[in-house]
Ligand binder design. Structure first.
Ligand code: HSE
Length: 445
């Protein structure tokens, strides 16, 4: 008996997925068991890379999620409200779900997984984070015996592309963004990417799986890359760092609250994430006893994302096959009519129910980089040092190499400090007569 798919959406990811599923030669033999039964599209008239018989295509997406013949609903339509609604209707109709929709899962994972558990269906989301990089199933299965201390990722290709070009070309954010938009690497409205929102959705999902708890998206601190200047990239370079937009979920010790955040970060050039360039993504997992393990690859694109979506579909096909076979055996043995037994594989489900306690950003302990523009007069560096000292902020380095017009440019890197203390020091520094401005403030890994 085959497995029937109802696919919602035939955009880039949907088309990539059906192309992969139909091109079976040399791939997993389980693909033979899959039938693309219904495909939901916005318009029936649009020319398409893959032609389907008329009875397969429909603009009535609700009819797919409630169709009794459909086993798995593959949601690759994007958007939030409509997708959330269809996923929930599909679950209530007893369908297993495969989704690439990080925005829906990060916001509504709670209600979706609760519903899925009640009904006894799987919700799979490998494609929601890291495009083609396998990271969800490795966290759920291969690494789940580890205590995970930290997940640190470059999970947004657009911002990594922009920062890489700013670094290699010495260009400004605005210039590279405009060019990236012309080349199709950045959206016309780049907000979701450049303001860190896409990365925040992704780290909320990773943090939840790695720490076996739910994450309230509003607790995820989020800062994008608009304020990263070419001057800071050049200073970072001189100091031995590159600037990356990192998504971090980290515990400083076992059983303490988790810090979950997205912000541009100075990364030491020797760190494994420092060399990840262009649109690529990488996720570094640190756990006990595994130590460090890093996943690297294409974070977006039709083929890469289709690979992740299809891996979820195959996992479900395998689970359904096993479930159907054991149901049949059981009912033959008991001589009872066949019914759907709830034989869920716990390594494929989402089992956690409680929310994680998240560290407020003022309590975060991290190193900082700050750039000051000051009057060029005796004693300024001393005054800066005194203000930092007043708030218990210890400095790792202080450099003054440049001028901007009449103003001296002083760059400071701190040792680990509580963010609240660092901010209090800055408030005091801002009152100094010699201080013109503090154009940059970045965290250091
Ligand atoms: N917009 C994302 C990125 C890809 O730039 O990485 C989809 O998750």
């Amino acid at each position: 008996m085959g497995v029937k798919l109802g696919i919602l959406g035939l955009g880039t990811v949907g088309t990539g997925t059906v192309q992969l599923l139909l091109d079976k030669d040399g791939r997993d033999p389980l693909l033979q068991e899959i039938e693309i039964y219904r495909v939901g599209v916005r318009s029936l008239d649009k020319p398409r890379a893959v032609e389907f018989p008329l009875e397969v295509l429909t603009t009535d997406l609700e009819s797919i999620v409630t169709d009794p013949a459909v086993d798995i609903v593959v949601e690759v339509m994007g958007g939030v409200d409509k997708a959330r609604d269809l996923i929930k209707k599909a679950i209530l109709a007893g369908k297993h779900i495969v989704t690439a929709n990080k925005a829906v899962i990060a916001r509504y994972g709670d209600e979706i997984f609760t519903l899925a558990q009640q009904v006894g269906v799987y919700v799979m989301l490998e494609a929601a984070v890291g495009g083609g990089i396998p990271i969800i199933q490795p966290l759920k299965q291969s690494l789940s015996v580890n205590r995970i201390h930290a997940v640190t990722g470059i999970v947004n290709g657009t911002t990594n592309y922009i920062l890489t070009r700013m670094q290699t070309e010495g260009s400004s954010f605005d210039d590279v963004l405009a060019d990236a938009q012309n080349l199709g690497y950045a959206e016309a409205d780049p907000t979701t990417d450049v303001d860190g929102l896409d990365a925040a959705d992704k780290i909320a999902i990773l943090a939840s799986i790695a720490n076996d708890c739910r994450i309230n998206l509003e607790d995820v601190y989020c800062e994008g890359i608009r304020q990263v200047s070419k001057t800071d990239i050049a200073y970072a370079e001189k100091l031995g760092f590159v600037i990356k937009l990192l998504a971090i979920a980290k515990r400083s010790a076992p059983n303490v609250p988790l810090s979950v955040r997205v912000h541009p970060t100075l990364v030491p050039k020797t760190h494994p994430l420092a060399s990840i360039s262009g649109v690529n993504n990488a996720i570094l997992i640190e756990g006990d006893p595994i130590g460090q393990v890093m996943f690297f690859g294409p974070g977006a694109g039709a083929g890469a994302t289709a690979s992740a979506v299809s891996s979820d579909i195959l996992n479900l096909v395998a689970a359904l096959k096993t479930e159907r076979a054991s149901n049949q055996e059981f009912h033959q043995f008991k001589n009872e009519p066949q019914s759907q037994a709830n034989l869920q594989n716990p390594l494929l489900t989402c089992r956690h129910k409680d929310y994680c306690q998240i560290v407020p950003v003022a309590e975060l302990v991290t190193r900082f980089y700050a750039r000051f523009l000051t009057k060029d007069q005796p004693g300024v560096i001393g005054k800066l040092g005194t203000c930092f000292g007043n708030h218990g902020v210890s400095l790792e380095s202080v450099v003054q190499t440049g001028f901007q017009g009449e103003l001296a440019e002083i760059v400071v890197v701190t040792h680990d400090v509580r963010e609240g203390d660092f901010r209090s020091a800055l408030t005091e520094i801002n009152t100094l007569e010699a201080i013109d401005s503090i154009p940059s403030l970045l965290r250091v890994l």
